[in-house]
Design a protein around this ligand. Structure first.
Ligand code: SF4
Ligand code: SF4
Length: 419
């Protein structure tokens, strides 16, 4: 896709100049039913006995615990427990107005549908003196709810799913968020770095599960707070809209080669939540800190990815299948290769997060100094420093459970070992 094609595209917006997102003439809004996890429900190309077992494995009687390090009963027990509260919220039987309107609807909230677990709020909007006052209070409440970082952007229809996946009817239903909602609050919920170091393992999935669980609790609480102040609020996780373009527009980071957001506080280590609201709020500005330039000299995630799902070449509008959005220039991993690997190892994978040089503890001065180096002309040196000094190898799960057993021997990769 040429630059002139992007500039003249009827889908391009001024905000794209700030995010660096290139939206071409071929752009089409994404239909949620083509999300790879939705396809695993209905598309024979993706749905298989293995993929069914992969999902079932998140419930203990079906977990395929084995002797391999990282896949023991203990590891699955913690991973599945980490998802438990999220699953309860996801599947909770709703009461109140929503259920009265749609008594028979099958929902999977946070993944297919927005959350409806809310009490009635205040009937009139609170008369804030300014958006600054509302934003200051929101940030204060968000901090107490455990939100790691938060940004606000304007509603952008391009990133709303064109239709919502459903297990009923013809498999699709219309978008449910009213299109007069002006603002989107985007939240980041950090994931534990040590758990991620154990990937590939079932145990590392506990980082993801807890990320979703805490994110779900935080955004439902925040949405209820907004409703209690008299405004509309719809809390969403992976459902309803594409998270990453909204997070970019909310100033929360940049996209890396692995297709995930990289944030200045948490690197690539978090889950994203979104709240659609008409609360008057200050809008953030997209922020760049050199990630795209750094990724052009780095390929650690692409090299580390076992099924080679991450591209080595430059960003493009190439799509692997209908699971990728059309007409957007970016690094696009193959959702099929990635998900197949997950099913084969019977747990989710975040090796690309573990291996990313931005996966650091930025509360430490030394890592903040590294970030400065990575932003500027010495990024090649920053990459070398990462290779020389950061241990990006796998942490044995037995050493996670009992750190006193850890020695300095290089760890074994159970995936390679089993080949
Ligand atoms: S999650 Fe694993 S399989 Fe998927 S892209 Fe990342 S490294 Fe590759
Ligand atoms: S591993 Fe390297 S190329 Fe991949 S996202 Fe991280 S910095 Fe970019």
């Amino acid at each position: 896709m040429s630059n002139s094609n992007v500039k003249s595209s009827r889908h391009a917006r001024p905000i794209d100049d700030l995010t660096g997102v290139k939206v071409g003439e071929e752009f089409e809004r994404f239909e949620q039913k083509f999300d790879i996890y939705c396809r695993a429900m209905w598309d024979p190309e993706i749905k298989s006995e293995k993929s069914d077992k992969f999902f079932e494995g998140y419930y203990m009687p079906y977990a395929r615990a084995r002797k391999t390090d990282g896949f023991s009963q203990k590891d699955y027990a913690f991973r599945n427990a980490a998802w438990h509260v999220n699953n309860v919220i996801r599947d909770i039987e709703k009461s109140g107005e929503f259920r009265k309107e749609k008594p028979d609807e099958i929902r999977k909230e946070g993944f297919w549908d927005y959350y409806t677990s809310h009490d009635q709020g205040w009937p009139e909007p609170y008369p804030y003196e300014s958006p600054a006052e509302a934003t200051r209070d929101l940030r204060k409440v968000a901090g107490f709810c455990g939100v790691g970082d938060l940004g606000v952007c304007e509603y952008d229809e391009r990133w709303m799913y064109k239709s919502i996946f459903s297990m009923q009817g013809n498999g699709q239903k219309p978008q449910e968020i009213p299109d007069d909602i002006p603002n989107v609050i985007v939240t980041l919920e950090p994931m534990d770095r040590d758990l991620i170091r154990t990937v590939p393992s079932a145990l590392s999935g506990a980082a993801t599960g807890l990320g979703y669980t805490f994110d779900g609790v935080a955004i439902i609480t925040l949405a209820q707070y907004i409703r209690n102040m008299g405004y509309r609020a719809y809390a969403t996780l992976n459902d309803t809209a594409l998270c990453i373009p909204l997070a970019l527009q909310a100033g929360l980071g940049e996209v890396g080669r692995h297709g995930m957001l990289i944030n200045e506080k948490y690197g690539p280590r978090f889950r994203i939540g979104k709240i659609f609201t008409d609360m008057p709020l200050e809008i953030n500005t997209p922020k760049k800190f050199g990630v795209e330039e750094f990724c052009t000299i780095c390929d650690r995630c692409a090299k580390a990815c076992p099924p080679k799902a991450i591209p080595f070449d430059a960003p493009s509008d190439h799509v692997h299948s209908e699971s990728n959005i059309k007409g957007v220039v970016k690094w696009t991993p193959s959702a099929e290769k990635c998900f197949k690997f997950w099913c084969n190892q019977n747990t989710d994978c975040i090796i690309c997060i573990r291996s990313c040089p931005y996966n650091r503890d930025f509360t430490k001065l030394v890592h903040r100094m590294w970030l400065k180096l990575a932003k500027g002309p010495f990024k090649k040196l920053a990459l070398k420093l990462d290779d020389w000094f950061m241990d990006r190898g796998r942490l044995k799960t037995s050493h996670w459970w009992r750190p006193e057993l850890k020695n300095n021997e290089p760890d074994e990769n159970p995936i390679k070992k089993s080949k």
